[in-house]
Design a protein around this ligand. Sequence first.
Ligand SMILES: [Cu+2]
Length: 164
Amino acid sequence: MRLAALPLALLCLSPLPLAVFSAAVEAQSITVDDPRVRAVPPGSTTTAAFMTLSNPGETDLALVGGRSPLAVTLELHNHVMVDGVMQMRRVEAIPLPAGETVHLAPGGWHLMMFDLAAVPVEGERVELTLTLDNGERLVVEAPVRRLKPMEMIKGEETGKHSAH
Ligand SMILES: [Cu+2]
């Protein structure tokens, strides 16, 4: 009986390290579309990153942090209306409800990057590491882009927002 039990135990164990490894490298539970970092004028010390996050699973998730070699500090931000004035607020998490798509876009949720190591220039790519509340991490490469006219118009229509 012992001889028979051993291979079975090995079979059960062997897929585990692989699963742990892939979860640490790349999040399986969400998808990231159209990541982008805003190109900013020379001398700027802050910028923002935007993207579309989809959670096709059946478990509510949340983006709880991030980092980038471009910035000393990366914060999760939202814009909220306070006494009729749009203000930017730091948040602990950006909810990613099951089955939903969340847009990080100008005037709404965004990743705020402070104390830039270099001014991001259009055409460059910026590495972003996103952390989910389930412990998964996802590394994405976001191209640096200027804000599209459409995005600026959208921002002006929904309310005044700051330069990012
Ligand atoms: Cu911000």
